[in-house]
Design a protein around this ligand. Structure first.
Ligand code: OGA
Ligand code: ZN
Ligand code: ZN
Length: 413
């Protein structure tokens, strides 16, 4: 494949190998896999053939067992991977050689050097692999995610701040911002312009805005005839947005344009940390909230959007995956009567934990400041404000977590 077809990631891999005097092998992969930052420094030392697999040894002592069918499936030549999209073309179902991977005579021969492994299959097809790519994807080794691990807030947590200038100027501000958001579920962006739609420009530099029944981008201010508590001046208890959707929005951006009314201070709490505190202090309440689906619902003239889900959703390993907590769009509690009191007791217990000052971040958003948070983990709220004393105007939108993760992976190429 011509390297001119590749965008920067492939070119990076090529340039690095050229510098090191190695033969570049294009693996149709934009992530770094050759020697260099973020990629392995080990070279291939030996390759041995056993029944149905090859065993590779690298210079740093790593050993990997690669089944023949895996190797054939991951051939990156132009016939097996589309040279422009890099997507797989090879179809194992249609490969006449398939039966012979088990019978151990599918491979005709192999060659290797420090940086490459070349396989010739019985049908004449040739597969070339970069040793760094194989090292990175060695079966049984976890491929580094390039993403930070979500970390629960300690007590008296203070969020990271990144300046708007550092975010937009192409320096590392963007990756500091994205890293903090993925790790802490909350990050501040400071000293941006007080311009309408700046939140949309920021969002769209990462991915398409996630639309909801409130539109792609929404204005938070007190209006006549509100259809939602956020569009009044009343205080909003800590909550997650849109828990009445099957998939609530992942990332919320709230950009402050005006905030000189009395009141309106913001608060945030880490819902995952609160759930873990509940589990430790009151396991029965934790069990009830994680095992009991309840109804959430939003209704206005044109909508009736409802789901039945637990307040604390757990992943397959029992860790909190999502918090749905929004007291004003919680629907009728429809449970057998002998479960109702226990459910309310459990809900109060979680709510009391969320109210604890040591677990909350309290701040007053300044004009030009934007808060971004993981809406499925971190709860947000605001104090009531008095619209007769000044103006309060935020613009908000949502993003899919996939786009934020993608943004960070691209930044790390
Ligand atoms: C919202 C919201 C917070 C605020 O719009 O969902 O919670 O500070 N707004 O007004
Ligand atoms: Zn191929
Ligand atoms: Zn909200």
């Amino acid at each position: 494949m011509s390297s001119a077809l590749l965008s920067s990631g492939g070119a990076f891999n090529d340039a690095l190998t050229a510098r090191q005097g190695q033969t570049p092998i294009d693996m149709a992969e934009l992530r770094r896999y050759r020697q260099g930052s973020g990629a392995p420094a080990a070279t291939l030392e030996s390759v041995t053939r056993q029944a149905r697999r090859l065993t590779l040894h690298w210079s740093d002592g790593r050993t990997g067992q690669f089944p023949m069918m895996w190797l054939r499936d991951h051939c990156a030549c132009d016939q097996c991977r589309h040279p422009l999209t890099r997507e797989r073309l090879y179809k194992l179902l249609d490969d006449p050689l398939w039966e012979r991977f088990d019978g151990d005579d599918a491979l005709a021969s192999f060659e290797f050097d420090a940086n490459a492994l070349t396989l010739t299959w019985q049908d004449g097809h040739v597969s070339r692999f970069d040793a760094g790519w194989l090292y990175q994807r060695c079966p049984g080794q976890e491929l580094a995610t390039l993403l930070p691990t979500p970390t629960p807030w300690p007590t008296h947590f203070t969020p990271s701040h990144v300046s708007h200038a550092d975010f937009v100027d192409g320096s590392d501000g963007r990756s500091r911002w994205a890293n903090a958001l993925l790790r802490d579920g909350l990050v501040m962006l400071d000293q941006g312009p007080c311009e309408l739609e700046e939140v949309s420009r920021i969002a769209e530099s990462i991915g398409p805005m996630r639309s909801t029944n409130f539109g792609g981008r929404f204005d938070v201010r007190s209006v006549p005839n509100p259809n939602n508590a956020a569009y009044t001046a009343i205080g909003l208890e800590l909550h997650t947005d849109l828990p009445n959707w099957r998939q609530p929005p992942d990332i919320q951006l709230l950009y402050c344009l005006e905030n000189d009314a009395e009141g309106g201070e913001s608060s945030f709490a880490d819902g995952f940390a609160a759930a873990e505190t509940l589990r430790a202090e009151n396991p029965e309440a934790f069990r009830v909230l994680s095992e009991t689906p309840i109804d959430f619902r939003f209704q206005d003239d044109g909508h009736d959007i409802a789901v039945r889900e637990p307040v604390i959703d757990l992943d397959g390993e029992g860790r909190p995956r999502e918090i749905r907590f929004n007291n004003w769009i919680r629907d009728t509690l429809s449970l057998p009567s002998d479960q109702i009191e226990a459910w309310y007791d459990a809900y109060r217990a979680l709510w009391q934990i969320l109210r604890r000052p040591e677990g909350r971040v309290e701040l007053t958003l300044e004009p030009g400041q934007m808060v971004a948070f993981d809406n499925r983990r971190v709860l947000h709220g605001r104090n009531a404000f008095d619209p007769n004393t000044g103006k309060r105007h935020l613009q908000g939108t949502y993003l899919d977590l996939d786009m934020l993760q993608s943004h960070l992976r691209v930044l790390s190429r």
